[in-house]
Design a protein around this ligand. Sequence first.
Ligand SMILES: [Zn+2]
Length: 235
Amino acid sequence: MTLSIYDLTDGDFRARLEQTQCAVIPVGSLEQHGQHLPVSTDCVIAEHISKEAARRLEYFVLPVVPYGVSFEHAPMFNVSVRDSTLSNVLCDMCVSIAHLGIKKIVIINGHHGNMGVLQYVAQNTFEKIPPDSAIHVINYWCLMNEKFDHAGEAETSILLAVKPTLVKMDRAEATGKTLMKSREVYRSMTCRPGSFPELTGNGVWGDPMLASADKGKELMREINDNVSKTILEFD
Ligand SMILES: [Zn+2]
């Protein structure tokens, strides 16, 4: 039985609503991920994790919201929306499905630059959704021990595990510049539009040459287990 909202009729949805009043919304971005990963990387990962969580917990899953806030990647490829646009889209979606009877909404985020927006979705929908509905957010990389990167070892390994046909390892190269400052300094610096290619030289943060499908499978096992556990703890 699929719980992918995309495939259901109105009648299917209503019938299944009697069994579950919970839904997962994946949110990604369209932005450069070096020369070896597709611009859809964050979407692919967020959707993969969301579908697995929905399968395990028997929740509904919505199609991925593919556009995020990625101005930091300019002038390299990015299709970005402003923080207010993403916020409006997600808040409207949450209000819509809450009024259909979904009581627990879990947003699974695949892109670092969306975090600020997602932090306020519950606040911005307060009093617009029924009082027995709740909205939660998971930034998936916070649920793995490995340090996260951008098109580096971790992200490339994950993509090798979930969609290897989209990975071009023969084009993979490590960060083009030496990154000597602390992560907190870079976290702040990368809030500025255009900063990412400037800082890294080639749009890659980390070393994708260290990536492997086995490592990706291991990371996905850890992430999927922790995501399910975390979603259940929201109750
Ligand atoms: Zn990414």
